[in-house]
Design a protein around this ligand. Structure first.
Ligand code: GLC
Length: 467
């Protein structure tokens, strides 16, 4: 477990490991601070200056099993972009999907280029599957903080996770996508735009109606949950019959007002200075897959510069910013060889030639870094469970960190049990939730529009019946 073998380490190493420590007591304090910050976000008078925006969606109904039909889903928000065709029938779904890696010049180029890229792949997909003539309702999972004025309206507050396409912040992404689709000659009927946490929650709720929380642990980290409409002063939509609305918490921004400065280290500050969204997403930058590898790289360099390891020699290969991937922390943790030969192999790929003692140091350091992330997210989810305050809370979750880093996941689960023993917090892995959830939300929108349940005039969607 975290902490083993640390006794024999040089004091520089033990000090460094200690700087990543999040004690149980600190976890409880963090929960209190999060509660305060979330409350600020929910209050109309405090929201403009609140860092956690607690963004109301217009999702006021969970899937009820009566949704049927064919839906398209677009999923943009991490390193990959996905197009899906989802058939929904009698509570079951069948998916056909294409995945593309988003080139960094598209992530950070002109906004039109990003939307053209999306539209182009959508056009290829619909033409390949012979669905180009049908105008299937589309759910767009756009995994960034957005203000919503309706289910099919999402104004980007700020880019996160390394995206920085020009001219999109402050704009509604729906007309931007529609215009790009027109340019690429593809028909669309965008009926819902949602965050990936919300999509994951909806995909989870499609299988298990008790999913009241959505969690993403991947390139970024964020959560959504069902909140009583009365508590959401920023919500301007019509109340659904069930009297709740899903909130996209955007709790990755927790700490942006300095309230986590006692947890952050010089490495976190260094990373923040080198990100496109400098000064933002402090909590996320200590937890998510985009950052853990970079934190470890900086921590190793720190010990090298102090001449504690590798004879004080810093190889060029390790100097490449963002060059040390988070999956390496997973491999190091999973290394069960007697002589840690797999860890050695990783380090050798950076021209580092570790002694047995250095291997132990790197392993302990890696563990300290992911342990801090896991403990921080455990505090976040525990606090959400407290807010929901029902004996059993089901969290729909997806993301590479959750899926592939089982030690991170297990520690989070056991911490939650200890932090909030009063609640039974269950996890439901909603695989491909951010994509499927887009389609499920589109299906709920169509169902609500047909039955006139969405508080909007009962008019059929333009082409909602075409499948
Ligand atoms: C970032 C985004 C948020 C998203 C999360 C997970 O925190 O701001 O919208 O849900 O990453 O992808």
């Amino acid at each position: 477990m975290p902490g083993e073998q640390n006794a024999d380490f040089p004091s520089e190493v033990t000090d460094l490991i200690k700087s990543f420590e999040v004690t149980r007591d600190l976890q409880y304090q963090i929960m209190e601070r999060l509660e305060d910050e979330m409350n600020k976000g929910l209050k109309a008078a405090l929201n403009p200056t609140a860092k956690i925006k607690m963004l109301p969606t217009y999702v006021t109904s969970l899937p009820d099993g009566t949704e049927n039909g064919d839906f398209l889903a677009l999923d943009l928000g991490g390193s990959n972009f996905r197009v899906m065709w989802v058939k929904i029938k009698n509570g079951k779904s069948k998916t056909c999907m294409d995945v593309y890696t988003i080139p960094s010049e598209v992530m950070r180029g002109p906004g039109d280029q990003l939307f053209d890229y999306i539209a182009e792949h959508l056009a290829k997909f619909t033409s390949y599957h012979n669905i180009c003539e049908m105008c299937i309702p589309l759910g767009f999972t756009f995994s960034f903080p957005c203000f919503h004025k309706g289910l099919a309206s999402a104004t980007l507050v700020t880019w996160t996770k390394g995206y920085d396409a020009a001219g999109v912040e402050g704009k509604d992404v729906v007309p931007l996508l529609e215009a790009a689709c027109k340019r690429k000659n593809v028909q669309v009927d965008i009926v819902a735009v949602i965050n990936d946490t919300v999509a994951t929650q909806m995909a989870g709720a499609f299988k298990d109606h008790n999913c009241v929380v959505g969690l993403i642990l991947g390139t970024g980290c964020n959560a959504s949950y069902l909140e009583c409409t009365e508590k959401v002063e920023m919500f301007e939509g019509a109340k659904g019959p069930e009297n709740f609305v899903i909130i996209d918490c955007e709790f990755g921004a927790f700490g942006d007002n300095g309230c986590l400065d006692d947890v952050r280290t010089d490495f976190d500050r260094d990373i923040d200075r080198r990100t496109f969204n400098r000064g933002k997403q402090f909590y996320e930058k200590m937890i998510a897959g985009m950052y853990l590898g970079e934190i470890l790289r900086l921590a190793i360099i720190h010990l090298i510069n102090q001449k504690v390891i590798f004879g004080g020699v810093l190889p060029e290969a390790l100097q490449k910013e963002w060059g040390f991937k988070t999956k390496n922390l997973t491999y190091i943790e999973n290394d069960t060889t007697q002589d840690l030969s797999e860890t050695r192999e990783i380090l050798e790929s950076f021209d580092l030639h570790p002694s047995a003692a250095e291997l132990q140091i790197i392993r302990a350091l890696s563990r300290a870094i992911w342990t801090r992330g896991s403990r921080l997210v455990a505090s976040g989810i525990s606090q959400i469970a407290r807010r929901i305050n029902t004996p059993s809370v089901t969290v729909a979750v997806d993301g590479s960190l959750y899926q592939h880093f089982h030690q991170f996941r297990e520690l989070m689960l056991s911490d939650i049990k200890e932090l909030v023993p009063k609640y039974e917090v269950k996890f439901h892995h909603a695989e491909d939730g951010s994509g499927i959830g887009g389609a499920v939300t589109a299906a709920v929108a169509v169902r609500q529009s047909r039955t006139g349940q969405n508080g909007q005039p009962h008019v059929p969607l333009q082409n909602g019946d075409c499948v």
